[in-house]
Design a protein around this ligand. Structure first.
Ligand code: FNR
Length: 361
């Protein structure tokens, strides 16, 4: 029997073996040259840790809160579409795992399980991620459904006016997503004669490329829930987001699946945090694979991190249990990092515990 995975990268390898190539490529892949995809993880490797010694770390506490919700760790589940590509349990299994790990799951608009099914299957703290389609009434309906089903926040993704060019999906003729939340609301026919992936065709028919800052104000007007924006990479946009009245900012390049050659999110985190100036909490995602990565993100000012692909790899390998293992691995690694770096609580993690490439100039 194969030895069990010891870390998130080993889960990726097992998922590669477990999944049909089309689905593994869809999850792993990034846009075009996948330059940013590689940078998302490599940028973490260029940040070094500066531990403090002779600090009493006989007890280390990694628990925190986000928007008033208590979490076992500053590690959340990023929204990723189509969990049934990874495992038949789909988002229901992921949500159950998130509940057991006492963390927040951001459910993707493009989920394969219906929002109602996810809501009734567990008591996880859930946020709902929204794509705004050309047909705006769909956003209104889904936001209303999320609100009445007890979702606690809306995360609007703003880096996807069109779908990034993911060449593995084009080559594999990736099948269009089955977005169960859209049942009865929208049906899109894809044309097998057209070039590109079916996924790309689906996105170009649906996503609203005219979405702009005034629509964030509109979105806030249709819900009582806090609205967070996901996909901020510049200080200018961070300021605009605050002006628009958002309740949180997610520094993200969509796991390098949209525009290639953008900065890795960890490299722009610190300047965004400075621009935000504590007005709202800041999350970061992209390339987090180790507890040391979580520590680095916190040292550079993030309130918490989100994890995308590793959750799907855990799900692919072992369903709900696999997701629990992935989250617990990251938590254990974070706890050990804090002990070895002399930080008994999250508040003890400071900018002085890391050295970035810019610090070395
Ligand atoms: C995503 N991501 C994403 N983001 C979003 O806002 N809505 C979505 O439906 C999806 N779907 C999706 C599917 C898959 C397969 C992946 C890998 C990613 C992006 C996701 O929320 C997150 O930003 C990245 O996954 C973070 O990077 P890592 O952790 O995967 O490196």
């Amino acid at each position: 029997m194969e030895s069990p995975p010891l870390n998130l990268r080993e889960f990726e390898e097992l998922a590669r073996r477990a999944l049909p190539k089309m689905f593994f490529d869809y999850i792993r892949g990034g846009a075009e040259d996948e330059f940013t995809l590689r940078q998302n993880t490599e940028a973490f490797q260029r940040i070094s840790l500066i531990p403090r010694v002779l600090v009493d770390v006989s007890s280390v506490n990694i628990s925190t809160s986000f928007l008033g919700y208590d979490l076992s760790a500053p590690i959340m589940v990023a929204p990723t579409g189509q969990h049934k590509f990874a495992h038949p349990g789909g988002e229901v299994s992921t949500a159950r795992a998130a509940a057991k790990c006492k963390t927040i799951m951001v459910l993707s608009f493009s989920s394969s399980c219906k929002i109602e099914e996810v809501a009734s299957s567990c008591n996880a703290i859930r946020f709902f991620q929204l794509y705004v389609y050309k047909r705006r009434e769909i956003a209104v309906k889904l936001v209303n459904r999320a609100e009445s089903l007890g979702f606690k926040a809306i995360v609007v993704t703003v880096d996807t006016p069109r779908l990034g060019r993911r060449e593995a999906d084009i080559r594999n003729k990736m099948i269009p997503p089955k977005i169960s939340n859209l049942e009865g609301l929208l049906s899109i026919d894809v044309d097998s004669q057209k070039g590109g992936s079916y996924l790309e065709q689906f996105a170009s028919e649906t996503f609203d490329p005219s979405l702009s800052w005034k629509d964030i104000v509109w979105l806030k007007s249709i819900t009582k829930l806090p609205v967070l924006v996901k996909g901020i990479l510049s200080t200018e946009d961070a300021r605009k987001a605050i002006e628009a009245g958002v309740s949180g900012i997610i520094v993200s390049n969509h796991g390098a699946r949209q525009l290639d050659y953008v900065s890795p999110s960890i490299s722009v985190l610190e300047e965004v945090v400075k621009a935000v100036g504590g007005a709202v909490p800041v999350l970061v995602d992209g390339g987090i694979r180790r507890g040391t990565d979580v520590f680095k993100a916190l040292a550079l000012g993030a309130n918490a991190v989100m994890v995308g692909r590793p959750i799907l790899y855990g799900l692919a390998v072992e369903g709900e249990q696999g997701v629990i293992k992935v989250i617990e691995m990251l938590k254990n690694e974070l706890e050990l990092t804090m002990a070895l770096a002399g930080c008994p609580t999250l508040k003890d993690i400071t900018r002085k515990h890391v050295q970035t490439p810019a610090d070395r100039l």
